[in-house]
Design a protein around this ligand. Sequence first.
Ligand code: G1P
Ligand code: ZN
Length: 543
Amino acid sequence: MAIITIETTPFEGQKPGTSGLRKKVPVFQEPHYLANFVQSIFDALDGIEGETLVVGGDGRFFNEDAIQIILKMAAANGIARVIVGQNGLLSTPAASCVIRKYGAMGGIILSASHNPAGKNGDFGIKYNARNGGPAPESLTDRIFENTKSIDRYVTSDASDASLGTIGTQSLEDMAIEIIDPVTDYAELMGSLFDFDKIKALFASGFIMQFDAMHAITGPYATAILEGTLGAAKGTVINATPLPDFGGGHPDPNPVYAKTLFDTMFGEDAPDFGAASDGDGDRNIILGRGCYVAPSDSLAILAANAHLAPAYQAGLKGVARSMPTSGAVDRVAEAKGLSFFETPTGWKFFGNLLDDGRISLCGEESAGTGSDHVREKDGLWAVLLWLNILAESGKSVADILSAHWQTYGRNFYTRHDYEAVDTASADAVMDGLRSNLNALVGQQFGDDTVTIAEDFSYTDPVDGSVTSNQGICIVFESSARMVVRKSGTGTEGATLRLYLETYEPDASKHTVETQDALAGLISVAEHISGIRARTGRDAPSVIS
Ligand code: G1P
Ligand code: ZN
């Protein structure tokens, strides 16, 4: 066994996006591609010698190969100990939990979240810092700078580690600890929620279906829901993680989680339905015959979190990403909670959570979380919902309609135009940007534009400024349209159009979402020219 230095040259385009570096598997398989990025991470960190690192991923194709490369490089870079989930598995929130629990310097998480996997699917890598959260922009910028000038990396010629064996092994002078991926996370969940109440709910005949979409949450959901909480066997479907996610697209939205939606809207539907994504950080919530839009779910959790032991004393504050609907703003206002609006991406919540300014946050893209870890957390949200259902004795549909009655309803939808060519996507964004000043004061139908801006965020904790985060156009009626370019895609560009109106009148709350928003949808097309410029006559996904 020896430590060796390998000469290399930079690859173009190793710039981390909304959530780490994501590329097609064959790109990551090119010799030196992954190693260059990993060395660039290590070189961007100060004093890594003697430290502990956590490594794990969502089990997608290339996960274990990548971990073997990382382990050898970690040893060569002087890291003292690496904690790895058995068989290379760790959900994203579990990785955050393990980093925090064992006081690690940080972790490398291997995932492309909800993007499809397999030989020609997507792969991804990101670095999470000591707080368990995604690296801040200052660090990802440093990593990117390193990728542009890298000329060598160090590794070991030792043989592969045995990822299936729980316990400690060594590689050069470094210890590798293989841990059960579920235990620490399950223990944390048990400390936050009233498991006895939830157990009693299941014992009373409450039926649930959880779709793990052949991705990472299978083992976690089976152990916690069926094992600890006594939900019926078979509650968790598609429970075995597969390297290609069974050929599916593990994004829990009405399109890709259709089976679950059909079940929940079918005859004899269960009481409660939920699903998570590829790496376990997203969630969707359904009741019998009803779907809770993620922005509403965030607002409902904010309004009811005190029913769970961890949040009994009340929330410190709440935050949402800019494109997320304003439903949670109304809860914050009514409860006198401090409130923050951040750019898209979980990394922007990190400082607010670390500084104790918020305890709950979320995004419209099916992400909700709290200060228990520094990632959004799919199963956590499901368990908080279960705790609220158990404590209140109400159904999901009752909770949803009561919430709208109290706070009014924010009708909300997101229209995605996927894989459009980059030039037309840029034309849409540039067209909007150059027209912002002229839009203010213009009338469309009965409504007038009051604000038209390119969203920019100043972090209240460290003062850092993040600009160009999406075009946001607000109308007098408080209707809002947002257009931004996705930062997680791997093919062409994806444009996201977010639309929202507010309806205080409870007699109008049951209107179908797309119908309620029809007027705004056509105004948004008029203002952005999205369909005309991309040549698409409809969005690829409506959620
Ligand atoms: C998407 C979501 C965003 C989320 C991110 C990572 O990013 O919109 O809310 O944080 O995935 O899960 P986007 O592709 O829009 O940049
Ligand atoms: Zn995810």
